[in-house]
Each structure stands twice: as structure tokens, then as C-alpha cells.
Design a protein around this ligand. Structure first.
Ligand SMILES: Cc1cc2nc3c(=O)[nH]c(=O)nc-3n(C[C@H](O)[C@H](O)[C@H](O)COP(=O)(O)OP(=O)(O)OC[C@H]3O[C@@H](n4cnc5c(N)ncnc54)[C@H](O)[C@@H]3O)c2cc1C
Length: 445
């Protein structure tokens, strides 16, 4: 569960000042930024991580905690396989049990269309030699503790995992700190300091930090940050609601995905329950700028998206330009803490009980929402920004970034050090949006 926004410190801790200079500044204390700082510090590179609010205050503590290869876009698969190795490597280094469990992931098939979708993914993923396989109706029933053969089958990957997001990312940040990274909360980066067009530092609300490289891992705030520099990133925010339940028995350690409900066993004995794709899309000015680029995604998901006009923080997300000496949108909203959709979550709870009989007596004990940053092709933008030498993006993780986050951090650290990355990331390059046929190139003038 995410910690409440009200628990934020009032300012930098007494006596704490920001460093005058470092080698790399990472903007954003979500899983992408924290993992990047961890791997930079581990290789001895001086790094300062600036987080406007609290480490993992936004998506990275609010997510469902699934760490999966299953169902993933194949463009991300090599990096996801690497991310699994990173999780195994990082977990023993942490000072807290983050509930990392290789319990598997299971996508239930209720209809022929579900079966065809799962089988098509399995066929496409064959080149990666995963342990994914189709389960029979009897096997699916056994995992759920049912006997009625309600499912036509299921797609199952035993080596997929889960962890408690609200514990995991702060624990990785503390590990980065022990390795020498300087981790600053309540430190918004307003803009870049540039000399001759190249990164020379960042301008924070507390002053400047000189550096040679900047990694922007700002989640849903990456788009306005870049827009203030005159750069276009097609990225929108989609609000998604989640709940956790009281403890309940379990017949399997697997995480279950169905069309009507997604169910993940928690370390505290309860379950994290939500509905995949059931999201609210808030209309902000950027939505109009990038509408054409997003039309295919919106149409594909029209059944479950609710459109509505925004609230105050969406005004902040829509603010396009500010000066270095002006308060930025990042200070205006320290922690994005949207209202959950209770009517939706009531319905999801009913659906979850119908799927998993063990949940019969479970009740929701906490609800929250998060704003997911999504690119038009729903895969991240990772790598250098050609127009601003020294600036790198690690953003647009598009609703499945918790699992892949450590892999993103590992590869970003390699990139910033000027080394070849562990896997080829060219399919995830930022420039794809500007190329002929890309989202920004396609945008009406
Ligand atoms: C409800 C929900 C369910 C999800 N379920 C899953 C799941 O089961 N599995 C999975 O893999 N993924 C899941 N995701 C997606 C996953 O949580 C995200 O992809 C991932 O956490 C994104 O990490 P990030 O570091 O890019 O961004 P964030 O976690 O959003 O972090 C960005 C940080 O940058 C900070 N920041 C931004 N701008 C500035 C600035 N200028 N100065 C200083 N700080 C700044 C913000 O305050 C924020 O803390 C889910 C997301 C949600 C919301």
C-alpha cells in the first residue's frame, strides 16, 4: 500500500544541503530512477537522485507488485529476462524482506478469444525459451481450488514473481545510499542547466547541482519536464484503482489474471485485487496534442476506459512552461495521490470472489489509485536525447514497469557509463517517436 502523502517531511532534513556537483543526477525516485542510481553507485559512479516528494510515492508503491515475463510485449522481453536476474541479485542486498516470491503468474481463459490470445503470445514468445505453458481446465481449477471446469484453460509461467512494491523500491534506495548514492527527497528538479546545448547540471528548488549526465526517470512528469525544454514526448496519464483485502486462505502461490479481476497474494496474508485495463483517462491539454498518436490504444481499450476532464493536479501536469526561478509543477504536486474509483472496486471485488472461492470471506481493507504513464506503443522510452547531449530518458514504462525496473536501471547505468547495454535497446529508443510514422512525426502541425 502506498504511504499517505501527508507523511512527507516539511523540507530537506535540518543541516542537509544539496551537493554542488556530482557525475550523474537522476530525476525521480520511482523504480526506474532508484535502480539506475543503485547500479551507478555500485559501479563507483558519483550519483545524486532527486525526488520531488517521497521515494516511490507515486506509481512505484501503488502498483500491483507483479514481476512478469508472461504476456509482455516481445520488444521488452530481453530486458525483462535481464530484470529477473537483477531482482535475484538485488534482493539479498536489501535490509528488509520485500516479499519477493517466485510464485508464478497465471492468466485465466474464460472464452475462446482469451485462449487464442494466450496461445498466440505463447507462440510468439517461443524464441525466448521461457517456462510458460498452457494449463488444462483441470489444472486451472486445481490452482484456484475449484471443481466446476469454468475455465477453458490458462497461460502459466512458474518462474514469474511478485514483491511488495511499497517496501521494494525504498529498500533499493537505501541500498543505493549504502553504496554511496546521495538520495534527496523533497527536491524537485525544475530544469536543466545547459552549456553550449550540453547538460552542465540541474536546477533544483534548493539550488544547482553541476553534473555531466542527467537521467530523467520522472514517470508521468517526464512529459511536462521535457516540454519545458521544448521537447515532445507523447505520454499520457491513465488513472488506475487498486485494493488490498483482509487475509484469506490460498490454494496456490500464483498471481491470477482474469478479464474481470486480477488477484495477487500478499506478504501480509491478504490479496491485492484490481482489474486490468479498467482505467480512467483524464483529459489534459497534452491529451489533445497527442490524441492522434494515442487513438489506436484508446480504441483498443474503449470498453474499460472512462474519459473525464481533469482535477487540480491535471492542471499542473498540463502546465507547459516555467522559468528556473519559478515554482514548477513538480513542487505544486509532491505526491500524485488520485482518488480510487470505489464503484469499480466494489464490482472488481465481487468478480474476484467469483473467480477464486478462497476469497469468499475476504473484505477490502484499503483502496488507492495511481496514475500510469503510457506511451502510444505501450513500451518505454530508454536512452539518449540527441538534441541535448548528456540527457538520457528512462520513462514511459507504460503500466508494467515495476517488474522490468531493475533491468531498466542496470541498462541505463551501462549507457551513462558509455558501455554497450546488456541487451539491444534500439527498439525502445526515444527517437522512434520523431521518426517517419512515429507519434510526434504523425502529429498535425
Ligand atoms: C495501479 C497500478 C498498477 C500497476 N501494476 C503493475 C504491476 O503489477 N507490475 C508492473 O511491472 N508494473 C505495474 N504498474 C506500473 C509500474 O508501477 C510503473 O511502470 C513503474 O512504477 C514506473 O516507475 P517510474 O520510476 O518510471 O515512475 P514513478 O514510480 O511514477 O516514479 C517517478 C518519480 O519521479 C518523481 N519526479 C517526477 N518529476 C520530478 C522532478 N522534476 N523532480 C524530482 N522528482 C520528480 C515523481 O515524484 C515520482 O516519484 C502499475 C502501475 C499502477 C499505477
Amino acid at each position: 500500500m502506498p504511504a499517505p502523502a501527508a507523511s512527507l517531511p516539511a523540507d530537506l532534513p535540518p543541516g542537509r544541503t544539496i551537493p554542488a556537483s556530482t557525475e550523474v543526477v537522476v530525476i525521480g525516485g520511482g523504480v526506474a530512477g532508484v535502480a539506475t542510481a543503485y547500479y551507478l553507485a555500485r559501479s563507483g559512479v558519483p550519483v545524486v537522485l532527486c525526488e520531488k516528494g517521497r521515494i516511490a510515492g507515486e506509481q512505484s508503491s501503488r502498483n500491483w507488485g507483479w514481476i512478469r515475463k508472461q504476456g509482455r510485449d516481445l520488444a521488452e522481453m530481453p530486458l525483462m529476462i535481464e530484470a529477473m536476474r537483477c531482482w535475484q541479485e538485488i534482493v539479498p542486498e536489501l535490509d528488509e524482506d520485500i516479499g519477493f516470491t517466485t510464485g508464478g503468474v497465471t492468466y485465466l481463459a474464460e472464452t475462446e478469444a482469451d485462449m487464442r490470445r494466450h496461445e498466440a503470445w505463447l507462440e510468439g514468445a517461443r524464441e525466448f525459451q521461457l517456462d510458460s505453458r498452457m494449463l488444462s481446465p483441470a489444472e486451472a481449477d486445481a490452482m484456484l481450488g475449484r471443481t466446476d471446469r469454468r475455465f477453458l484453460g490458462a497461460l502459466h509461467t512458474p518462474s514469474d514473481a511478485r514483491a511488495e512494491p511499497a517496501k521494494a523500491v525504498p529498500a533499493i534506495a537505501r541500498a543505493a545510499g549504502r553504496l554511496g548514492a546521495v538520495v534527496l527527497e523533497r527536491t524537485a528538479v525544475r530544469s536543466l542547466d545547459r552549456e553550449g546545448g550540453r547538460v552542465a547540471g540541474v536546477v533544483t528548488e534548493h539550488g544547482r547541482i553541476a553534473c555531466r549526465s542527467v537521467v530523467l526517470a520522472g514517470g508521468v512528469w517526464s512529459r511536462p519536464f521535457l516540454e519545458n525544454l521544448g521537447l515532445a514526448l507523447p505520454q499520457l496519464g491513465v488513472r488506475s484503482s487498486v485494493q488490498r483485502t483482509s487475509p484469506a486462505p490460498r490454494t496456490s502461490e500464483s498471481t491470477f489474471g482474469g478479464v474481470s479481476a486480477s488477484i495477487r497474494p500478499r506478504q501480509d496474508g491478504g490479496f491485492t485485487i484490481a482489474r486490468s485495463g479498467a482505467a480512467r483517462f483524464d483529459i489534459i491539454p497534452a491529451a489533445f496534442t497527442h490524441f492522434r498518436a494515442f487513438t489506436p490504444t484508446l480504441l483498443a481499450q474503449w470498453r474499460i476506459l472512462k474519459l473525464r476532464f481533469g482535477r487540480p493536479f491535471f492542471d499542473a501536469l498540463g502546465q507547459r512552461r516555467w522559468r528556473d526561478d519559478q515554482m514548477s509543477p513538480f513542487e505544486a504536486v509532491r505526491v500524485m495521490d488520485p482518488e480510487p474509483d470505489h464503484a469499480l472496486l466494489d464490482d472488481v471485488m465481487r468478480a474476484a470472489k467469483a473467480l477464486y472461492p478462497n476469497l469468499a470471506d475476504a473484505r477490502p481493507v484499503e483502496r488507492w489509485a495511481g496514475l500510469i504513464d503510457v506511451t502510444p506503443d505501450e513500451v518505454p522510452a530508454l536512452g539518449p536525447v540527441a538534441a541535448v547531449p548528456g540527457l538520457y530518458l528512462a520513462t514511459g514504462l507504460s503500466g508494467h514497469g515495476f517488474g522490468i525496473g531493475p533491468g531498466v536501471g542496470y541498462a541505463m547505468a551501462q549507457m551513462v557509463r558509455g558501455e554497450p547495454t546488456v541487451v539491444d535497446l534500439s527498439a525502445l529508443r526515444f527517437s522512434r517517436f520523431q521518426e517517419p510514422g512515429g507519434a510526434v512525426a504523425a502529429k498535425p502541425a
